[in-house]
Design a protein around this ligand. Structure first.
Ligand code: HEM
Length: 235
């Protein structure tokens, strides 16, 4: 068991971040090397300044709002929570003063970031069972959503165990110790593997690792390409 915990919490984390970074670079380079498309991409209504409209299209998604307001609501809430999630995880490595402009506990969100992501992911998943969306869905769509759902459920369980149910022995300090040890290449998992609910962390990190390795080869690459593509469309 100790060996399995170690494999998931140490080498697999290094591997997943290596695949994540190298995979993204590889995807960007291979797309840039493709010959330019002979079809015009800027057939979308051109508005000036184009970069501003590209940012509005990306972050406010007005076209989705018009066509599917409920979907739009969940998309906005989901992406806002992803931002909070990224900040929360960075603070688990080290607290940065800039994030404390609004004073908060680490982990951020008092457990509600996880709840909101859970509800939104269920909406995205079950929406795909309706006939219209089902016809457009491929196995990758379900795989990605289920992987994210597992990661979110286990991350949330960890947070709720600590903040809502009083299992305080594994907290921000212990996570900071573990994550910093990974960063300085002196891995130490002792602080995060002695507790009764350490298995939740191991499962959380296992699914997170799978997600990070899958990211560059999946539709998640929209996170990198959406702004440039909207800029091209807006001229
Ligand atoms: C190797 C990478 C990761 C590590 C080491 C990690 C570790 C952690 C830890 C230690 C917590 C805090 C638990 C607490 O507050 O007690 C947490 C929370 C959480 N993590 Fe991760 N995580 C990783 C990646 C991810 C990914 C990729 C996702 C999903 C996209 C994710 C989703 C969550 C969620 C939803 C929470 C709970 C947030 C809340 O309810 O407030 N994590 N994670």
């Amino acid at each position: 068991m100790d060996t399995l915990n170690y494999i998931i919490l140490v080498p697999m984390v290094y591997l997943s971040f290596a695949v994540f970074t190298a995979g993204i670079v590889f995807r960007i380079v291979s797309i840039l090397r493709k010959p330019a498309l002979p079809i015009p991409l800027n057939v979308y209504p051109q508005k000036n300044p184009a970069w501003l409209h590209a940012l509005i299209d990306t972050f406010l998604m007005p076209a989705v709002f018009k066509a599917k307001p409920v979907m739009w609501f969940f998309l906005i809430v989901f992406h806002a929570c992803i931002v909070l999630l990224v900040i929360g995880h960075i603070e688990l490595i080290r607290p940065f003063a800039i994030f404390q402009i609004i004073e908060h506990d680490v982990f951020l969100g008092r457990g509600f970031v996880g709840v909101t992501l859970f509800v939104s992911l269920n909406y995205f998943l079950f929406r795909r069972f309706s006939s219209e969306a089902r016809n457009l869905s491929v196995p990758e769509d379900y795989f990605l959503l289920i992987l994210l759902l597992f990661t979110v459920i286990l991350g949330s369980e960890l947070d709720w165990a600590r903040t809502w149910f009083g299992y305080g022995e594994m907290g921000a300090g212990e996570y900071q110790g573990y994550l910093t040890s990974l960063l300085v290449l002196k891995p130490d998992i002792s602080e995060v593997t002695y507790s009764g609910h350490s298995f939740m962390l191991v499962f959380h990190v296992f699914f997170a690792n799978l997600f990070l390795m899958f990211f560059p080869f999946s539709k998640m690459m929209h996170a990198i390409f959406t702004i440039p593509l909207n800029k091209i469309r807006r001229g």
